[in-house]
Design a protein around this ligand. Structure first.
Ligand SMILES: [Zn+2]
Length: 187
């Protein structure tokens, strides 16, 4: 599994791309939704959710994980109907979505029985910005890198990349910048 796989508007996944080692997420972490993730991504996501829980004494959930191409297509068509063309700046279109890799999670919590994505101003997001690299996750669409990632900020979407997350954190790099400026010196 290539944990550093770069997926964006210039690097599309094939329609039929399915990650090898998908596993079902325990329903207690999904609020009983059926969600699959890549195996190592799941292991580290659970560690992260547990530490988030220990820190804030609330229960956090994986709202979304692996989404196959067809599901992405349905989801985006629905969003286009609701929000119009702005969605191409907010959400990756099918084949550009990291959710198709099984390496991306969206995190949220339960408020009045509804699952809500983490809010950008929340203490949890501050904690995740400081700590998610320790679990191998990066914020894929940060606010100050819109020009580079091609997407508006998204605070509840985390991408698993493994041990290189600490390098991206240290040098404040997006995955795109890592590939352009850094990979040749580091791998
Ligand atoms: Zn996401």
């Amino acid at each position: 599994m290539d944990y550093l796989i770069l997926v964006n508007k210039d690097n599309l996944l094939p329609k039929d791309y399915i990650p090898n080692n998908l596993v079902k997420v325990n329903s207690k972490y999904t609020n009983n939704q059926l969600i699959y993730l890549e195996k190592k991504t799941l292991k580290n996501a659970i560690k992260l959710l547990k530490d988030l829980h220990n820190h804030f004494q609330k229960d956090y959930f994986i709202l979304s994980g692996y989404r196959p191409f067809l599901e992405e297509t349905f989801m985006i068509s629905d969003l286009v109907r609701k929000e119009g063309s702005i969605i191409s700046k907010k959400y990756p279109l099918p084949k550009c979505s990291e959710h198709q890799t099984g390496l991306a999670i969206d995190i949220g919590l339960k408020i009045n029985n509804s699952l809500i994505p983490l809010n950008e101003d929340s203490a949890e997001i501050k904690w995740l910005i400081a700590n998610s690299y320790k679990y191998g996750f990066i914020f894929r669409y940060p606010p100050n890198k819109v020009e580079i990632t091609g997407y508006l900020p998204n605070y509840h979407h985390l991408r698993y990349i493994g041990s290189k997350a600490s390098i991206l954190k240290k040098y404040n790099l997006t995955l795109e910048e890592y590939f352009i400026f850094f990979k040749k010196y580091y791998i």
